[in-house]
Design a binder for this molecule. Structure first.
Ligand code: 6PG
Length: 504
């Protein structure tokens, strides 16, 4: 019998998506240039199936892959983002792929590459994309899927994607989790929704990753304050995170942070986190989000700060040198009573800053949608991030509800639930940022979120002076508060008594 779906790439993500599809009753044909990877997925399928027979067919060439699939062919690419995607597409063309066949890219591709690819492969095959979040466990037992592109392709793929996606209990908004091979979660709302035209799904996934960067950085800043100001051990901080994970900060990232902090190094017996070098890696998606926000003029400072925080962590050798040269404030450790206060302040700061990060991310998506003519459904996007993906959190249910109340919401901060939350917790947020600064601890993400909040709620910013400066040195003109909007003026700053020149 022919298979319904083919895979190119049986690496970590590919292998797990293949097994997830197989668990959901689909027959999968798979090909990987690296024969060991192919053998590994076949072996795992055999081990999980026992004597029930294989569900995955291994192929030794692109031609064989096509011959094993029912027409029109549906082929999923699970290869690294970038050149590899086009290499595989060309190989598929050489192997005889047809105009009505569908190729689905599931990598972390740059969204503009996806748009270009859809155009360049037109007439050769249908290039569709599905951004995937959730890491290897997500891929295996339920990822969050952000498909976009040709609507015909989506009707074909939809049942499969909804079957393999993570599921949410509609009554609680919480993930239904079961990590058992051969026993997939079939009930609940699937975290797979059509995002829009080509590129929009990868754009949304890019913003997801930007939020992921900021979420992670915020947790790391709270950790550093507890470590370096409160003098707490990794295990003690881990316990605080366990407590925090029980409230509004409940999230996958909080949970795994607690687990990382609780883990001991098998070699030294020390907390594992204490032997991990403080030099962060990155593959680019957070950077792309920050760049896009700068290009569109949609402020996402906390996401940008999270990227910069990784960059400055990368200057390890310079920092080690600078630490012996540059002075900080005199150390003032907290009394025990103040410690408890500071921990609570950090909790509240994290919560408020997190609201701002999502406000920035959703604002960016709204701006991009207007720019590119996408009809993004923000309640739907928040919904499919409730389970399966890296930023999954109870918090996403509140965001879903905010956009269900008002799908035109200009900024999440203006939703009555979130504005109330910040008004309740902001004093502690300010205290945490102020105390961290007084103690010399960098809290770029926590404080940039606070500045974002304060700027967004300020009716009159100092940009009036800035416009004066621009007009002074470059005759760049300004608008007047007391004249018609859009009319611009220039002053001869050496003779301001002379009448202003109306420029436009
Ligand atoms: C996800 C993750 C995933 C990947 C990150 C890691 O949603 O499943 O975001 O896509 O692990 O891109 O990114 P960095 O290596 O840049 O931290």
């Amino acid at each position: 019998t022919l298979c319904e779906i083919g895979f190119v790439g049986a690496g970590v993500m590919g292998k797990n998506l293949i097994l997830n599809l197989a668990d959901n009753g689909y027959r999968v044909a798979a090909f990987d240039l690296d024969n060991q990877k192919l053998e590994a997925v076949l072996a795992q399928d055999a081990a999980e199936q026992g004597d029930k027979g294989p569900r995955v067919v291994g192929c030794s060439s692109y031609t064989e892959l096509l011959s094993r699939l029912s027409a029109p062919h549906l082929i999923v690419l699970s290869v690294p983002a970038g050149k590899a995607v086009d290499d595989v597409c060309h190989k598929l063309i050489d192997a005889g792929i047809q105009a009505d066949d569908i190729v689905v890219d599931t990598g972390n591709s740059l969204w503009t590459d996806t748009v270009a690819r859809e155009k360049s492969y037109e007439g050769k095959f249908i290039f569709f994309s599905t951004a995937v979040s959730g890491g290897e466990v997500g891929a295996r037992f339920g990822p969050s899927l952000m498909p976009s592109g040709d609507p015909y392709a989506w009707t074909r793929i939809k049942p499969m994607w909804q079957a393999i996606a993570a599921k949410v209990d509609p009554a609680t908004g919480k993930p239904i989790e079961r990590f058992e091979p051969g026993n997939p979660v079939t009930e609940g709302e699937p975290c797979a929704a059509y995002i829009g035209p080509s590129g929009s799904g990868h754009y949304v996934k890019m913003v997801h990753n930007g939020i992921e960067y900021a979420d992670m950085q915020l947790i790391c800043e709270a950790y550093q304050v507890m470590r370096d100001v409160l003098g707490m051990s990794a295990a003690a901080i881990g316990e605080i995170f366990v407590q925090w994970n029980d409230g509004p900060l409940h999230s996958y990232l909080m949970d795994i942070s607690a687990q990382v902090l609780a883990t001991k190094d098998s070699e030294t017996g020390l907390p594992l986190v204490d032997v991990i070098l403080d030099k962060a890696g990155q593959k680019g998606t957070g950077l792309w989000t920050a760049v896009s926000s700068l290009q569109l003029g949609s402020p996402a400072p906390t996401i940008a700060e999270a990227v910069y925080a990784r960059a400055i962590s990368g200057l390890k050798a310079e920092r080690v040198k600078a630490a012996t040269v540059l002075a900080g404030p005199a150390q003032n450790l907290f009394s025990e009573e103040q410690q408890a206060d500071m921990i609570q302040a950090l909790h509240d700061a994290l919560y408020c800053a997190k609201i701002c990060v999502y406000a920035q991310g959703f604002h960016l998506m709204k701006t991009a949608a207007a720019e590119h003519g996408w009809q993004l459904n923000f309640a739907e996007i928040a919904k499919i991030w409730r389970a399966g993906c890296i930023i999954r959190a109870v918090f996403l249910q509140s965001i879903t509800e905010a956009y269900e109340r008002n799908d035109e919401l200009e900024n999440l901060l203006l939703d009555p639930f979130f504005s109330k939350q910040i008004s309740v917790y902001q004093q502690n947020w300010r205290k945490a940022v102020a105390n961290a600064s007084l103690a010399g601890i960098p809290v770029a993400a926590l404080s940039s979120a606070l500045s974002y909040y304060d700027a967004y709620r300020t009716a009159v910013l100092p940009a009036n002076l800035l416009q004066g400066q621009r007009d002074f040195f470059g005759a760049h003109t300004f608008e007047r508060t007391d004249k018609t909007k859009g009319k611009t003026y220039h002053v001869d700053w050496s003779r301001p008594e002379r009448p202003m020149v109306k420029v436009k």
